[in-house]
Design a protein around this ligand. Structure first.
Ligand SMILES: Cc1cc2nc3c(=O)[nH]c(=O)nc-3n(C[C@H](O)[C@H](O)[C@H](O)COP(=O)(O)OP(=O)(O)OC[C@H]3O[C@@H](n4cnc5c(N)ncnc54)[C@H](O)[C@@H]3O)c2cc1C
Length: 390
């Protein structure tokens, strides 16, 4: 393939993944971001690379492909990546029923999850709350990255390794067939453009997004101070509430009973989309979350009730030496109800690539590779990227 000039709009994980895929193919890549540093969903997340959340098949393959690329990046750049795995904790009988069913299903389907007894969980994790603990589901595939440092380091590595140019503080106001029009009046002539604007999916192509059916989702998050004395949580921890969040557990018949118990016991958890998870970064800080509010539910103002519910649910299932909260924030991502990506070709040289939902850190490298592999195919207006992946 000839060396082309490629412009990427957006320096979040999706933009950087596309920059990596294009640069690897020998293209001359420039990334534009209107912020002076990346500030979108990609620096606000848990940093969980979470293949277990993806259903077996094409989506799980992409998550595992992305996982391999994080590890490759870590080897090449020294970026902190912790291959910590994950445990879904079961403190209730119906949670144990779901993880037991999933472990059996997973074994029959060539997946590497396994059941742990309560004492095995406690040997692996200093963070699991022993009170009422029945056991857990361990998966070794999950990674932990620190999004705040990873996104900045990845940009630096792309610049140093492939000569990718970064123009931060440069808002793109229009994309024409072969050029970007910048807010400062410049025009940037290019052969290919990939628009990775995250949750801002209407500024550049309002007519495409009017009919796209994408939604926005707001999450509230918290971070503790660094835990003392090198205390280490072990694998990422997720509670039984998480079993109703990720699609992989849809294969379990026992899930319905768990869902109906929560709907009766704590309807506010369903209403606010709360399930709870914890990850620990290289500084010993524990990232806690989260909630899910969609479209019209989204307020610019955070709800204290959500933070309180997240903390009270977490305290039931995990224990930390110190619960002092150092920071609270929210993040918004774009989600395509039909699949893990929204990919459109408004012009043969332009792709709009967004809506990785709650799995951008888990899926972006693998997705971007397929966007570049299938560039010509995706020009066809009938091409359905999500159908191809499922
Ligand atoms: C709180 C939270 C927790 C999450 N946890 C996880 C997790 O643990 N694991 C996981 O896999 N996923 C997680 N996710 C999802 C993941 O963070 C997102 O899927 C991913 O970050 C989306 O990346 P993006 O590049 O599309 O968007 P963003 O990171 O939002 O980047 C878009 C960029 O485009 C720029 N931009 C937009 N328009 C223009 C323009 N016109 N000109 C120039 N620049 C422009 C913006 O400035 C921004 O920097 C979480 C998300 C949130 C919000």
């Amino acid at each position: 393939m000839n060396r082309m000039k490629v412009a990427i709009v957006g320096a979040g994980i999706v933009g950087l993944a596309n920059a990596w895929s294009a640069a690897k193919r020998g293209h001359e890549v420039t990334v534009f971001d209107r912020s002076t540093v990346a500030r979108g969903a990609s620096v606000r997340n848990f940093g969980m690379v979470w293949p277990i959340g993806q259903p077996t098949g094409g989506l799980h393959d992409i998550a595992m492909d992305t996982r391999a690329r994080w590890l490759e990046l870590s080897r090449a750049s020294g970026l902190w990546v912790n291959a910590c795995g994950s445990i879904h904790l079961a403190h209730r009988d119906d949670e144990w029923a779901v993880v037991t069913e999933f472990a059996a299903w997973s074994k029959a389907n060539g997946n590497s999850c396994r059941l742990l007894t309560a004492s095995e969980v406690l040997r692996m994790s200093a963070g699991a709350n022993p009170e009422g603990l029945i056991g857990g589901l361990f998966s070794e595939a999950e990674l932990c990255v620190n999004p705040r440092t990873a996104i900045a380091e990845l940009a630096k590595w792309l610049a140093g390794t492939f000569g990718v140019q970064f123009e931060f503080g440069s808002a793109v106001k229009a994309v024409e067939d072969d050029q970007l029009l910048m807010a400062d009046g410049r025009a940037f002539v290019t052969d290919r453009v990939v628009v990775c604007g995250g949750a801002d999916f209407e500024t550049l192509f309002p007519e495409v997004f009017t009919t796209a059916g994408l939604t926005r989702c707001k999450l509230q998050m918290l971070r503790t101070v660094a835990q003392p004395d090198s205390w280490w949580i072990g694998p990422h921890l997720a509670s039984g509430l998480t079993l109703r969040h990720y699609r992989n557990f849809d294969v379990c018949k026992s899930l319905a009973q768990l869902q109906s118990r929560i709907a009766q016991e704590a309807p506010e958890l369903d209403r606010l989309g709360i399930h709870v998870m914890a990850s620990q970064n290289e500084f010993g800080e524990v990232i806690l979350g989260d909630s899910h509010e969609y479209d019209d539910q989204i307020s610019p103002f955070d709800k204290v009730q959500i933070d309180d519910l997240i903390l009270s649910e977490l305290r039931k299932v995990i224990r930390l030496p110190v619960w002092t909260i150092a920071e609270r924030w929210n993040g918004i991502y774009a989600k395509n109800p039909r699949g893990p990506l929204f990919l459109k070709a408004p012009h043969p040289n332009v792709r709009i690539c967004t809506a990785t939902g709650g799995a951008g850190m888990t899926m972006s490298f693998g997705l971007a590779e397929r966007v570049w592999e299938d560039w010509d195919l995706t020009m066809n207006s009938d091409f359905d990227f999500n159908k191809r992946l499922s």
